[in-house]
Design a protein around this ligand. Structure first.
Ligand SMILES: *Cc1c(COP(=O)(O)O)cnc(C)c1O
Ligand SMILES: [Zn+2]
Length: 416
């Protein structure tokens, strides 16, 4: 792993060797996520953009030469990444944009972008010789960890709030993870998980604590750039809970810029739910992410419900350094975006995925995105993850007696 030069504290800037620090900066504490550092000159001389493009396997590991893994480490067998980036001309027209693409991260093996992070974390756990890997999650990170660990036969211990959507809990149990349902919030589950992992020497995948998960998530940005012929979009919109996805997208585009594979950074638009908008508020009010205080988070978009975003330092940096913006959207706007996205692109997203669309619309209306700009949107998770919310976003179907005249009456009523 000679292309990885160390781990840098995002708060004090201190550099640690890769074996000197495991989780956050020992000097600065939990807000201070470490950032993996690369020798870009070495990578430039070693990795060619066109060689990557000729790799026939469409998964995140096509970029493995750029990733912080040992050359001898075997990736987990599940096909994580390589998700489609769809042109969305009808959605673009609805928003008043010229070019819009939607990346369907629901196509990952456990149906969310979190598979990228969990696949990376499992490789690191194996490299560290861990016998057990643990995480706290609002649901998707856990489902992803359960799926990836199942694929390699590693035990996983999962902490989720007992209010997580049933489909996500079902995934955990079906994959055979050991599941602890916490009678409390995600934030409480998170603290319990980290404390238990520290006390027992388990490898902890927690977002914002583990420096490698964002390095997995950044492969979505690589794929966006590659799919657009290495002509990065002007803007990328994604929803934000802990802030690890948006931090990862920034890192991905930053890497590509250092390598000279793209020419400029996209502006990142982070979308938060109104009831869980800690980063939006801090960004708007110019508050230092280290000084942020926990809020009581409530939103229908469970995947972006985070009272104190764990990757807040990277998340704030991603938006500030890229010249982007945070926006916040109501639960009603999130729900309305589910059928809007589905009906204009064929991509069925869970509330947190559709939130990116609701936020992009707001950003366009507020003049944060210009009509002529090229915009990519991450649909971060599948709509099948949360059927209850999906059903709230649409009307009911008609029920008929099994008779043709009843069918015709219904068809007339529907205006077919
Ligand atoms: C985790 C998740 C998010 C938010 O990612 P953060 O890194 O917590 O900001 C958004 N959408 C989905 C579907 C997720 O699972
Ligand atoms: Zn520090």
């Amino acid at each position: 792993m000679d292309h990885v030069t160390g781990l840098r504290c995002t708060v004090c800037g201190h550099d640690y060797g890769v074996s000197e620090a495991m989780y956050t900066c020992p000097a600065c504490g939990e807000a201070a996520t470490l950032d993996v550092q690369y020798d870009y000159d070495l990578l430039k001389s070693r990795v060619l953009r066109d060689e990557i493009a000729s790799d026939p396997q469409g998964w995140m590991w096509r970029y493995r030469a750029l990733l912080p893994v040992e050359p001898g480490s075997a990736p987990p067998p599940l096909t994580v990444g390589g998700t489609p980036l769809y042109p969305a001309p009808r959605l673009a027209a609805d928003l008043g944009l010229r070019s819009l693409w939607v990346k369907d991260e629901g196509r990952n093996p456990t149906a969310s972008l979190k598979d990228r992070a969990s696949a990376m974390a499992v490789v690191k756990a194996q490299e560290f010789g861990a016998s057990l890997i643990t995480t706290a999650s609002t649901g998707n990170a856990a489902a992803a960890l359960a799926g990836v660990t199942a694929s390699v036969g590693m035990p996983a211990l999962i902490f989720v709030p007992e209010t997580a959507p049933p489909a996500k809990i079902a995934q955990l149990l079906v994959y055979g993870a050991k599941v602890i349902l916490v009678k409390g919030t995600y934030d409480q589950a998170f603290d319990l998980c980290f404390a238990a992992s520290q006390a027992n020497g388990w490898y902890c995948r927690n977002t914002g604590i583990n420096p490698y998960v964002g390095e997995g998530k950044k492969t979505a940005a690589y794929e966006v750039a590659e799919a657009l012929g290495w002509d990065a979009p002007d803007v990328l919109a994604t929803s934000v809970g802990d802030g690890s996805i948006i931090g990862g997208q920034y890192k991905g585009f930053y890497d590509l810029l250092q390598l000279g594979w793209i020419e400029r950074m996209p502006r990142l638009i982070g979308v938060q739910a109104e009831g869980s908008a800690a980063l939006y508020t801090a960004w708007r009010d110019g508050i230092d992410p280290v000084a942020m205080q926990p809020i009581d988070a409530h939103t229908i978009a469970d995947s972006i419900s985070a009272g104190l975003p764990r990757d807040r330092v990277k998340a704030m940096q991603a938006v500030r350094a890229s010249g982007g913006a945070y926006v916040s959207v109501s639960d009603e706007e999130i729900l309305a975006a589910i059928p809007h996205l589905a009906q204009s692109t064929g991509v069925f997203a869970e509330p947190a995925g559709a939130a990116a669309l609701a936020g992009l619309r707001k950003a366009v209306d507020a003049g944060l995105v210009e009509p002529g700009e090229r915009v990519a949107l991450l649909a971060t998770g599948s709509g099948l993850k949360d059927i209850t919310s999906a059903r709230k976003s649409v009307g009911d179907a008609v029920t008929v007696e099994p008779a043709l005249d009843a069918v015709y009456a219904a068809v007339d009523a529907m205006g077919v």
